[in-house]
Design a protein around this ligand. Structure first.
Ligand code: DX5
Ligand code: ZN
Length: 216
């Protein structure tokens, strides 16, 4: 038996008028982590939330806050997100020339560091960071919006990351983000963590989390 998936509902699909209640509800429904999508309107064509929101939700949940930065120059904002209480911070390889420095700074602060890539970016572009990161996020949609369809052609990255981890004794978790639902979860069997926005928030929270968790 393999371990159940770690489930990280994305609050991008939550009702922001009652964000605290929404977070408590998904936590009670079995969420392991809370996925926070940060967008700047430059790196991706959408604007969402920043460090003050992370700071506000930090005291209301014990779940790990899994912060996915879709912003240019993440190095400028890491201190803010770390001070706000982020447990995991994931940066995009396309967003910075300072990925190694970002990873080091996040880890030195005691948080976990993740790296991710857009669907059009090759896995080879992040290979040199694999020994040092705690998490690798495979985007199975173009970053920017919830509710898109899962891109089957990204599954090979999930499988390759698992193979590389086994061959090299790396320690990262493999997370998948975008279009994850009851129909697509089977393609993510080699991952450890599933992000789900619309599938969780547009259905019964406990039932959808259970469906994903037990799909491993
Ligand atoms: C997209 C975000 C995702 C998104 C997932 O840029 O990174 O986390 O919220 O939403 P669904 O699960 O609806 O595809
Ligand atoms: Zn995300």
């Amino acid at each position: 038996m393999s371990k159940p998936f770690i489930i990280a509902p994305s609050i991008l699909s939550a009702d922001f008028s009652k964000l605290a209640e929404e977070i408590k509800a998904v936590e009670k429904a079995g969420a392991d982590w809370i996925h926070v999508d940060v967008m700047d309107g430059h790196f991706v064509p959408n604007l969402t939330i920043g460090a003050p929101v992370v700071n506000s939700i930090r005291p209301i949940t014990k779940a790990q806050l899994d912060v996915h930065l879709m912003i240019d120059y993440p190095e400028k904002y890491l201190d803010d997100f770390l001070a706000a209480g982020a447990d995991i911070i994931t940066i995009h390889i396309e967003s910075t020339t300072k990925a190694a420095e970002c990873i080091q700074l996040i880890k030195e602060s005691g948080a976990k560091a993740g790296i991710t890539l857009k669907p059009g970016t090759a896995l080879s572009d992040i290979k040199k960071y694999l020994p040092s990161v705690d998490l690798v996020l495979v985007m199975t949609v173009e970053p920017g919006f919830g509710g898109q369809s899962f891109m089957d052609d990204q599954v090979a990255k999930i499988d390759e990351l698992k193979k590389l981890r086994e061959e090299n004794n790396y320690n990262y978790l493999i997370e998948v983000d975008g279009g994850v639902n009851a129909a697509t979860v089977a393609k993510c069997k080699n991952a450890d963590v599933l992000v789900a926005g619309s599938f969780v928030f547009k259905n019964d929270y406990a039932q959808s989390i259970k469906t994903l968790k037990e799909a491993k």
